[in-house]
Structures are given as C-alpha cells and as structure tokens.
Design a protein around this ligand. Structure first.
Ligand SMILES: [Zn+2]
Ligand SMILES: [Zn+2]
Length: 240
C-alpha cells in the first residue's frame, strides 16, 4: 500500500533501474525502460508493412497496397492497430501496467498519437476489454480501462466500462498455448449487459496487448451480434 502511494516520490529521489536491461532510467517520462531500450523497441511509424486487418508486423519496407497475414481472416473485428511490436520497452511497459495503474508520459504520447493517426477516429464508443470479476478483485484495476480512460479523455469519445463483461474466468494465457487453445479458452467468455447502448455504435475496443487475437475477436463477435456497426481494436503492443 505505502509503496503504491509513495512510488512517484521514491522514483524522483532514486533513479529506477530499467526493467529490461537494469541500467538506470534517466528520464522519468520513459517509465520502466531506459532510453536505449526504447530505441530498440519497434514502434510503428507507418513506414513498415502491417497486416491491413490485425496490424501484425509483416516487413520493414512499405508496400503500397493492402496486405493481409491471413491468420486473422476469421476474426470478427474490422481492423486492429497497436503502438508497436511486443518486446523491449513495450513488453516491460505492458507487464508493469498489469501491476500499477500508471502510464508513463512517453507511453501516453505514443499511444494517443497512434489513435490520432489511425482510421479509428470516427469511433463513437470506447470499451476496454474486461477482466473477470475474480481477476479484477485480485488486481484491483483493469489495465485496459486505464488505457481507455486516457484515450476517452484525449479524444472526447464516450467511454463505456459496464456494457461488455467477462462472465467466465479463464486461466492466464500461457506461453506455448497455441492459437486454437487460446480460442477455446475465451470462447463465449463475454456478454453484453445493455444491448441498446451498443446498437449502431462504432466501437473502439482497447486492450494492453494483442496476442493471437482470440480475446478481441470474441469481444467483437458479441458486440456485432448486439448491433455494433464497427469494431476497431487498439492495443499498446502486438506480438509477432
Ligand atoms: Zn534498458
Ligand atoms: Zn492479420
């Protein structure tokens, strides 16, 4: 408890060590990773080729036509975008956000600008990917809701944290779990409490990390079944 309250002050007094390489973090705005680890992080700049649907990284050189990875063909969302590739500073930031509901300035900046440079600006409703009640009680906050609040504030788009809920508690995705196993573990895990609030809306789903896409696809499926016009997905990171 005390650690949480005094953490920002402690960070000022004692430079934090980088969660990736353990060198010291000289700039507070860099959060949990040092400048050099941020420089190694693949943050998308629109110069690279990404899957036009799920946003997966395909190659560093641009191609001037739509390209698809085809692993996301069955997914129910319209399109997804991430700040960058899950690794280095972005991975450390995602892991940290599961422990502390705080987003460092550098991360805030690149997350909000990813939205402003996206095709999602016509979204009418921001919805965080929900946690199960059990996990919410364990963690004390939903990291996707922390990101959603930031985006709602910056964009003026309405935020809805109540309508989409996770009714089944699924075990944490494990490394090595294949796409099929992930898909089964999140199947039918979500429900809509007030369908009227979803009808005709262009929903921007927000989460910390986009892995196989099974979770966001299942959220999108139920949102569309309840009348959502569009479902976009924005995350901090996309795994390769
Ligand atoms: Zn570092
Ligand atoms: Zn794809």
């Amino acid at each position: 408890m005390f650690r949480k309250i005094f953490n920002p002050l402690l960070a000022l007094a004692y430079p934090q060590s980088c969660h990736v390489c353990e060198n010291s973090v000289e700039n507070m705005s860099d959060g949990v990773a040092c400048q050099s680890c941020w420089e190694k992080t693949e943050v998308f700049s629109d110069a690279e080729t990404l899957c036009s649907k799920c946003g997966a990284f395909l190659q560093a050189q641009p191609i001037n036509f739509q390209t698809f990875c085809h692993r996301c063909d069955e997914h129910f969302y319209d399109s997804a975008s991430a700040v960058g590739v899950y690794g280095h500073a972005l991975a450390a930031s995602v892991l940290h956000l599961k422990r502390e509901p705080f987003i460092a300035q550098r991360l805030r900046k690149i997350f909000v600008s990813r939205f402003h440079n996206s095709d999602f600006r016509d979204a009418t409703l921001i919805i965080p990917v929900p946690l199960s009640k059990k996990r919410f009680l364990e963690r004390g906050f939903n990291q996707a809701a922390v990101l959603s609040k930031l985006l709602a504030k910056q964009s003026g788009i309405k935020l809805d944290e109540q309508t989409l809920v996770r009714k089944i508690h699924t075990p944490m995705h494990r490394v090595g779990m294949d796409g099929k196993a992930r898909a089964i573990s999140v199947n039918n895990a979500f429900e809509i409490t007030r369908p009227k609030l979803i009808e005709g809306e262009k929903v921007l789903l927000v989460d910390d990390v986009h892995t196989s896409g099974a979770t966001v696809s299942n959220c999108a499926k139920i949102l569309k079944e309840n009348g959502a016009d569009k479902v976009y997905v924005l995350t901090l990171a996309k795994t390769l």
